[in-house]
Write a protein that binds this ligand. Structure first.
Ligand code: BTX
Length: 249
């Protein structure tokens, strides 16, 4: 039995050896489940990123989704990705790894993706039915050859395997701590801490969307989770979480 010291996150843990995608399953069961329920699997056969991109999820990695039902206004939902990213960087730090957060949903080590976060949910402008936060963290899993330039695992960084269950326990505890702060409305603290770990603030970036490309300097994040870019002419532009991707220029 896993000994976790949390209030909300992990009140119930559903462990599966194999699943298509923990996020897909979490969305299916979310209406009936209590908040804090975790689905974690050894292997995902069809792990997903944004825009139906594939998330490679072999044995040895941490593939999990958490079901949340916060009673907040829609404007605060994007910050749940920040909450997760903070929990991930703090967990990595416990294992001696320095992670950096790349807006909106990645954690990087040495500029390579060690973790991806996928937030999905069902909400209207005035109520949130549920949010599913999917977290994929490369722990001891092998990185496929074609991703070696862009992806990295904890094992690759450290040079040795780490106990997966300890990483899981740590992550749930950090997520719980940050989620409680979130429910308490400590948004300014979340944004400040997020910025402290950010890989993008102060950097020249290129935002690539379906129809446009924006080049500028990332200067801040706002309360709604959008990234603020200063364009060459000095104008500020807000970029919203969604289908855009961010590259370093
Ligand atoms: P994303 O769309 O930002 O990133 C997807 C891209 O990341 C892929 O196109 C590929 O280039 C790269 N990639 C694929 N697999 C890996 C990997 N294991 N490590 C590093 N890079 C990789 C990021 O989406 C959000 C991913 C969320 C994954 C979790 S796992 C638990 C939950 N269930 C599920 O199906 N998805 C989430």
């Amino acid at each position: 039995m896993l000994d976790i010291n949390t209030e909300i996150i992990g009140r119930k843990v559903i462990y599966l050896q194999e699943v298509e995608s923990t996020n897909e399953l979490a969305k299916k069961i979310a209406p009936q489940e209590e908040e804090g329920t975790i689905i974690v699997a050894d292997i995902q056969r069809r792990g997903r990123g944004r825009k139906l991109r594939k998330w490679i999820s072999p044995k040895g990695g941490l593939w999990m989704s958490v079901i949340l039902k916060p009673n907040v206004h829609l404007v605060h939902i994007t910050k749940l990705v920040f909450v997760s990213a903070l929990a991930v960087v703090e967990t990595l730090a416990e294992f001696g790894i320095e992670g950096k957060i790349k807006w909106p949903n990645d954690v990087l080590v040495n500029r390579k993706k060690i973790c991806g976060i996928l937030s999905e949910g069902k909400y209207s402008t005035d109520s949130v039915e549920y949010v599913v936060l999917g977290i994929g963290l490369n722990v001891n899993n092998e990185i496929p050859v074609d991703l070696l330039d862009v992806a990295i695992s904890m094992k690759d960084v450290l040079g040795f395997r780490v106990p997966l269950v300890e990483v899981f326990r740590n992550l749930l505890e950090k997520l719980d701590k940050w989620y409680l702060r979130y429910l308490d409305g400590q948004y300014a603290l979340i944004l400040e801490e997020w910025k402290a770990y950010s890989a993008v603030i102060g950097k020249e970036v290129r935002i690539v969307g379906d129809n446009e490309e924006i080049i500028g300097t990332a200067v801040d994040v706002s309360d709604d989770g959008s990234l603020i870019i200063a364009l060459k002419d000095g104008t500020l532009k807000k970029i919203y979480y969604g289908d855009v991707s961010l590259r370093f220029s």
